[in-house]
Write a protein that binds this ligand. Sequence first.
Ligand code: GLV
Ligand code: MN
Ligand code: MN
Length: 415
Amino acid sequence: MTPVEAPVAPATLDAVAALAELACIGRDDARGGWSRHLLDEADGEMRAWFARTAAALGLAVETDANANQWATWAPDGATGPAVGTGSHLDSVPGGGPLDGPLGVVSALAAVSRLMAEGHAASRPVRIANFAEEEGARFGVPCLGSQLLAGDIDTHRVRALTDGSGASVAEVLTSAGLDPEAIGRDDARLADLALYLELHVEQGRQLAPLGVPVGVATGILAHGRWRVTVTGRGDHAGATELGSRRDPMLVAAAVIRAARNRAAGANPATRARATVGKLQVVPGGSNAIASEVRLWLDARAEHDADVHDLVARILSDAEAVAREEGCEVAVAEESFSTRVEFDATLTDLVDSALGGVPRIPTGAGHDAGILAAHLPTAMIFVRNPDGVSHSPLEGASDADIRAGVDALADALRALT
Ligand code: GLV
Ligand code: MN
Ligand code: MN
């Protein structure tokens, strides 16, 4: 008698184990945490992991002209535009393990589960790893999704440079991509019916509610401004106080005003402003600086609130610059308008999850960029301390698995 072989269930991806694999890539011993920036060595390893893991699950993997990676599940009978999901695998400098990777890994895990259970999807699912979501290398966040959506000038993008002077065009070329091909991708956009991104919660709204997942309502308007203060480099010991033109005093005024002006704004605007990056030229401990560059991140409920906040901060800085004989030049590096996620899609996801809290966020996401072009929604996974953009960011293994369950439930309902 011929032995009957038991059917072999397709392998499913365990999200917790996958995140442990990724934790070995891009560790930053100097800053702590992880640093993975567009197409650098660590990002290359993350991208290779994505391609290898998705292919092993039987998904079709490709990289689009804008350096975004896609893994597609299109089972027999699945037709029409796809359900998009995923997130990003790059990080802020010295970031946490989950901002980005949790969404990509959960998407792969959820799709592998649907495949294993033989779910008869009516439409394909496409999992994205969006390029340069954090904007940590070239200064502009959500670069891959903005390019895909045609929201950013391609000439400007090609010329953006990183800290070492390498341009986007050069970096894309070294990675085998054609810098002339970047920009709005109508075919790919039209092939996405909707986009649902899972992300670790940034902030602490779910923990007090005692629930592992929630859905997003919207994203604060936000932007980044590069402020260059020019003074006169001089000797720290030999220069009389009255004859100094010290740009550090103006930088300090920007930093102080960022806090004071945000704290003094109408609380209903949920204003916040931060200086997290500063470059001092020449940077000698016994020299008055000749120039200071700093980056102001400002966020608030409405676009006009952000512009008002930034204007007030800069006006405070200008007053100090006048006293000190310094000049201030300001360049807007990015601006993301306020986002409200699609109400119908959010209701669908919420009901697939059995009714969960709805929470706003102050963090930017590719889902926010795509929201202007197709229905988008987000699922957040509880972050016990609320900390993010830091090595302290976390979620429990149980909550990570609850997030995968939620995403699988939502994708099952949406396909
Ligand atoms: C991205 O995470 C941002 O909000 O800056
Ligand atoms: Mn982030
Ligand atoms: Mn993110």
